[in-house]
Design a protein around this ligand. Structure first.
Ligand code: SF4
Length: 137
């Protein structure tokens, strides 16, 4: 079972193999592939830094404890009708995305994220709506 914070549920949709460091990318790629190949994998929703934050590099500004990131987590979980501590499969998370999320939500909930302008996270949400699942890297 993986432990993930709210906003990383969205980040996984737009993940294209880019990240903050080699170690960060390796860890995220492993998670992404696991969820893609086995959507029954269980996820526990947590508050604050999770298994992706663990590999955030020491260099650069650590943003994982920033208040606005906690707020983003909370807004995303609320939007999806989910709660901290809940355990559900990746497949169920995709269903919640289809039910409660639209691609343009990224423009609002992720307004300050430097990755937003690439457009890949919106594209990822569209692909979940089209039942395509996570993209092959
Ligand atoms: S815009 Fe940033 S925070 Fe939002 S889903 Fe994409 S990578 Fe994650």
């Amino acid at each position: 079972m993986y432990k993930l914070r709210g906003h990383h549920l969205f980040c996984l949709l737009g993940y294209r193999g880019m990240g903050y460091s080699e170690e960060y990318v390796e860890n995220m790629t492993h998670l992404h592939q696991t969820l893609r190949e086995n959507p029954n994998t269980l996820i526990q929703l947590v508050k604050g830094p999770d298994q992706l934050c663990e590999k955030y590099p020491n260099s650069g500004k650590y943003h994982c404890q920033d208040e606005n990131i906690y707020e983003r987590d909370a807004v995303i979980l609320e939007k999806m009708g989910l709660k901290i501590g809940q355990i559900l499969s990746w497949k169920d998370i995709e269903s919640c995305i289809r039910k409660f999320v639209v691609p343009t939500d990224i423009q609002i909930v992720c307004e300050t994220c430097s990755w937003r302008s690439y457009g890949v996270c919106e594209e990822g949400i569209r692909e979940i709506h089209e039942e395509k699942g996570l993209r092959k890297l």
